[in-house]
Design a protein around this ligand. Structure first.
Ligand code: MSP
Length: 652
């Protein structure tokens, strides 16, 4: 099979944050894919980097009294150092402040403009003066309030001149492209999500800002800077050598796979291909959206204090154990839950027991029965060779489908079989009788050869462990053969093995329990601190809590309601249209679609303000407001009541 060049990218990470396990997951996955492709001899290019422009960064820098560039120069080192710690083998670390990137983005803009896809218009949206942020109507809280949970001040309508990209023109071309390339977005269910979103019709996209300075200027109108996503997405093209290195560009563009988290799928599966179509450039072959990690089943967030620090994990469990855990625990595309117990169990069961013991038992027996030297090759037909061949075929198929988790499962087929083989062959029994000399030598050869193959198979995920394992077998490097992982029987008889330290010491579960306790205490303390902080804020701003007369309160007609129907409002991702029985059926449009699915709302008892002036949202008249509160993780939870209280009951 002739193999193709392989170009994998991670998202470029925002420079206003410290990296956590989620960022590490994406980058390690890309690293593993890149290492596999290098292993089988593909020309490989692996890109990661940082997204350094935009309002977030501008503000974060301002808060510290720093110039934006000075600020990002500091933050970027956190990412670069982490990737070194995690043994990430990226070929380039791109920064959107790099000169070549600015040139490419400017050129892309010009191409889209030449195609007639950029026009000047006016961007009209809701503006929060306090937060200096534009919000779309669907994002606002009821009563036209700023949706930032720490703000909630009234917003005003503002207009800003802006350039727009004719995204609407690409609705049909994109749908056709998806139809012709059903594996453009992976996994398949994500492709379906994208298709159904696009089939509702796309709206033109505002792609410049005149109220922000920190960005790449719009060619010909320097008062504007480009929308940060136009700038950011183009990083993939810049790094391919576009405009600079024709040979590199011809080799690697279009990219094979943009690896991203599910949170940014729409930008990659809709905007990016539309920009490229407009500029007349080839589209990436795949966009793979992976799932999200939670920590002990909770969203990872600053306020919960549960951000898992990858460097700390490496200190506790070792680098390759962390890399293995992240790759093995979840299938690419699915969500995963991190817990210290789960990683400790994986280390003990899969790494220390299955893999570590296999190597140490095999080498101990080689020493005892073969003087530590690889015996002559076996002439006998060998089931181990077949197990390896089958597992390697599965392994390669898995990797060619970008599925490291399945590749590890295939690798463990060999490891499990080899462990079983030792028990069945019982070399210690064979060694008792000279008549079994040949069988004993065959057994040891088969085991050592299987270990050599395992050494190659684990190398993309655990490069250091692979090197250690091979060194103990007396080998300097992996030998691969063309696009296969090599042939059975390439381990040279006479090779001197060198039994060394165990690959993975067992993790002491008592220590893990203690670690969990101390982490829980830390998180509790953080929560208490942040509660205390928010109380102080309330106290500092008493003018926000105006006192009302009881008679004013009685003007509010609060009722218990039961949700009877719920559905998404088309063309928004925030709004749900509900029928709520509050003694009579009323329609309520609520901005809660990111927090509740329609299904989970049916039958729910809620608290409704029924005499709020009706208001039209997306053409639907909303006749009331459901009361809700923001949880510490930022999600919105509806207020509810006891089962016994019927719909229509008055509150007050
Ligand atoms: N700058 C944009 C991306 C531009 S790409 C042209 C951005 N940056 S980000 O810093 O917010 O990084 C988002 C990415 O981090 C996600 O897409 C995902 O790859 C990773 N993760 C962040 N939190 C995560 C989890 N909890 N779990 C898994 N990965 C997550 O968006």
């Amino acid at each position: 099979m002739s193999r193709k060049p392989f170009y994998v990218s991670t998202p470029i990470y925002y420079c206003n944050d410290i990296p956590h396990i989620g960022h590490a997951y994406t980058t390690i996955t890309a690293d593993v894919l890149a290492r596999y492709h290098r292993l089988v001899g593909d020309k490989t290019f692996f890109l990661t980097g940082t997204d350094e422009h935009g309002q977030k960064v501008e503000k974060a820098a301002e808060a510290l009294g720093k110039k934006p560039k000075e600020f990002v120069d500091g933050v970027v080192t956190h990412f670069q150092e982490l990737w070194e710690t995690l043994n990430v083998s990226n070929d380039r670390f791109i920064r959107t402040t790099d000169e070549d990137h600015k040139e490419v983005v400017t050129e892309l803009w010009k191409k889209m403009e030449a195609a007639g896809d950029i026009f000047e218009g006016e961007y009209e949206d809701w503006y929060c003066v306090h937060d200096e942020t534009f919000w779309t109507e669907s994002q606002l809280l009821e009563g036209n309030l700023c949706p930032n949970p720490w703000c909630k001040r009234p917003v005003e309508k503002k207009r800003e001149k802006s350039y727009f990209f004719k995204l609407s023109k690409y609705t049909e071309p994109l749908l056709k492209y998806y139809e012709d390339h059903p594996d453009f977005v992976l996994p398949e269910f994500r492709m379906n999500e994208v298709k159904s979103f696009v089939s509702q019709g796309l709206m033109d996209l505002s792609i410049s800002r005149s109220t922000i300075n920190w960005g790449i200027p719009v060619p010909g109108d320097e008062k504007h800077v480009m929308y940060v996503w136009v700038d950011a997405l183009t990083n993939y093209l810049t790094a391919s050598g576009y405009l600079k290195d024709e040979e590199k560009y011809e080799t690697f563009w279009p990219a094979t796979i943009h690896l991203i988290g599910k949170d940014i799928l729409r930008f990659h599966a809709i905007f990016w291909p539309a920009f490229l179509m407009s500029a007349g450039l080839p589209l990436p072959k795949h966009v793979m959206a992976h799932g999200f990690w939670t920590a002990d089943d909770m969203k990872i967030s600053k306020s919960l204090g549960n951000r898992i620090d990858p460097t700390e994990l490496v200190d506790i469990f070792g680098l390759d154990a962390v890399r293995y855990f992240l790759m093995r625990e979840i299938q690419l595309g699915a969500d995963g839950n991190f817990s210290y117990k789960a990683i400790a169990n994986r280390v003990n069961a899969d790494l220390a027991n299955d893999l570590g013991n296999l190597l140490s038992r095999s080498l101990a027996m080689t020493k005892k029965y073969m003087d530590g030297v690889v015996p002559d090759k076996t002439a006998a037909d060998c089931k181990m060779a077949n197990v390896c061949a089958q597992a390697e075929a599965d392994y390669q198929k898995a990797f060619d489908n970008h599925m490291p988790n399945k590749a590890l499962v295939a690798t463990w087929e060999v490891i499990s079989y080899a462990n079983k083989y030792i028990d069945e062959q019982a070399p210690w029994v064979l060694a008792k009788d000279d008549a079994n000399k040949q069988e004993l030598a065959d057994t040891m050869y088969n085991l050592l050869e299987a270990l050599r193959r395992i050494g190659a198979m684990i190398s993309p995920v655990m490069p250091d462990t692979s090197a250690k394992l091979l060194a103990q077998l007396g080998l300097e490097s992996i030998t691969v053969n063309g696009d296969t992982l090599g042939n059975w029987g390439e381990l040279e008889p006479g090779t001197k093995t060198q039994r060394g330290e165990s690959l993975f010491p067992r993790v002491d579960m008592k220590k893990v329990e203690k670690l969990i306790e101390s982490k829980a205490a830390e998180a509790e303390k953080k929560k208490a601190d942040s509660k205390a902080e928010s109380k102080t804020v309330e106290k500092q701003e008493p003018e926000n809590i105006a006192l009302v007369e009881f008679t004013d309160f009685t003007k509010l007609a609060l009722r218990i309601g039961v949700v009877k129907t719920a559905e998404k409002v088309k063309k928004t991702d925030k709004l749900l249209k509900l029928t709520v029985d509050t003694g009579e059926d009323r329609t309520i449009v609520a901005g809660i679609a990111l927090h509740y699915t329609p299904e989970e709302l049916i039958g729910k008892k809620v608290v409704v303000l029924t005499n709020l002036k009706p208001r039209k949202l997306r053409g639907i008249e909303s006749e009331g407001m459901m009361l809700a509160a923001t949880a510490p993780d930022g999600t919105l939870r509806l207020l509810t009541t006891d089962e016994i209280i019927p719909a229509g009951s008055t509150i007050g």
